[in-house]
Design a protein around this ligand. Structure first.
Ligand code: CA
Length: 390
């Protein structure tokens, strides 16, 4: 109470004093200080803009927000000190300039994840990583990590950086095995939607180099070659009589015209290049699945080895079709259960890189008679993944 009275009394006294003395008005004169921040939202200046007594000594402090640092004062002052003290003898405009902090980027293991975020900073080259920079483990076998794949988490045409369409019939205007289709790169024969890739066989006439076929389909090559590893493909198969879907590999050294690798990795031809059929389904019994090896033995003579297993509801539900390939064994698996294997030794040609093929043939040796009611049918692929051991 006393303090308030004292203060009130002082104000009254000062008022009388000032009424009789011009210099008092000069002492009470104020000036405006305007403070600005550049760029906006980079930080703040303390104190804020306002009116202050003429001649005031004001200490300005620039405070930066995250990702910015103070660089200099500009406007009516020019200095780099912070805090900085001014004497307010006139209206002043002061700008606090900030600059964005660029975190020095370094990716020591070259996996695409900056060291500052990389929880696994020494990933060997060739392995794909998650957002923490760590290898992606195979869901069935802890020894394998992802090196290539397509999750089909996009819409429209296939990812051109990963897939090649084989469209040139290599066998005098036809494909092999008396098949009835041409393969096209038309988007109605292969496309991605709703998280899966579709290969669609269609009953329609199509002509390539004066050769007309009554069905179209797609035959894809991975633009990725690999030696040894594990392949997992999760897929639903077609159900119509006469369709012959396949998930398989060939040596990149095949000399077949129109395949992605051409003769860039040798041209030994088939069967010397080696073939691994991870999944084939015939056209007449959709509850049977083939896993097969076709190859030339050490004398260059054609040979094969394989087996058939039973599959239930291959068109109505997804199954995982897999192959594990090491320098001493190749295993073929359905839903992670091995049903055929081949010893890999000098008698078989399985120590060269292979590429993946995905296709539906129509008719032919393993397609058989095509249903008269066939109009179109598809293979739906949820993912294709290739893994390697570290
Ligand atoms: Ca890294």
């Amino acid at each position: 109470m006393n303090k308030y009275l004292n203060s009130f009394a002082q104000s009254i006294l000062l008022m009388f004093f000032c009424l009789s003395n011009l210099s008092c008005n000069e002492q009470k004169a104020q000036h405006i200080l305007n403070t600005y921040v550049m760029p906006e939202n980079a930080g703040e200046v303390i104190p804020e803009s306002g009116s202050y007594d003429k001649g005031s000594s004001i200490t300005l402090e620039a405070k930066s927000d995250n990702n910015y640092e103070f660089t200099r004062w500009s406007g009516d002052i020019s200095d780099t000190s912070n805090p900085f003290t001014i004497i307010l003898n006139s209206e002043m405009n002061v700008v606090a300039e900030f600059s964005e902090i660029i975190v020095s980027s370094k990716d020591t293991d070259g996996d695409g994840v900056d060291d500052s975020k990389d929880l696994c900073p020494s990933t060997p080259s060739g392995f794909l990583v998650d957002e923490s920079g760590c290898k992606i483990k195979n869901e069935f076998d802890d020894n394998y990590f992802l090196v290539w794949g397509d999750e089909f988490s996009y819409d429209g045409n296939l990812d051109n950086s990963k897939w090649h369409h084989q469209v040139i019939p290599p066998n005098n205007g036809s494909w092999w095995n008396d098949e009835l289709q041409h393969y096209t790169n038309n988007s109605k024969n292969s496309f991605v939607s709703d998280g899966t890739m579709k290969i669609v066989a269609i009953k329609e006439n199509h002509t390539v180099n004066n050769s007309t076929k009554n069905y179209t389909s797609a035959r894809l090559n991975s633009k990725f070659g690999f030696k040894y590893g594990r392949v997992d493909v999760r897929a639903k198969l077609p159900s119509t009589q006469g369709t012959w879907p396949a998930i398989w590999t060939l040596g990149t050294n095949i000399n077949e015209v129109g395949n992605y690798f051409g003769d860039s990795e040798g041209s030994v031809g088939w069967p010397k290049c080696g073939e691994i059929d991870i999944m084939e389904q015939n056209g007449w019994n959709k509850n049977e699945l083939y896993g097969y090896f076709h190859f030339a033995n050490s004398q260059g003579v054609y040979n094969n080895h394989g087996d058939v297993t039973t599959i239930n509801n291959a068109s109505g539900s997804y199954h995982v079709y897999s192959m594990e390939w090491t320098n001493d064994k190749i295993r073929i698996l359905l839903d992670n259960n091995e049903f055929v294997s081949l010893t890999n030794n000098s008698n078989v040609p399985y120590d060269n890189p292979h590429y993946l093929l995905l296709n539906i043939a129509v008719g032919g040796n393993l397609g058989g008679d095509v249903s008269s009611s066939f109009s179109e049918d598809s293979m739906e692929i949820d993912y294709v993944r290739v893994f390697k051991k570290e």
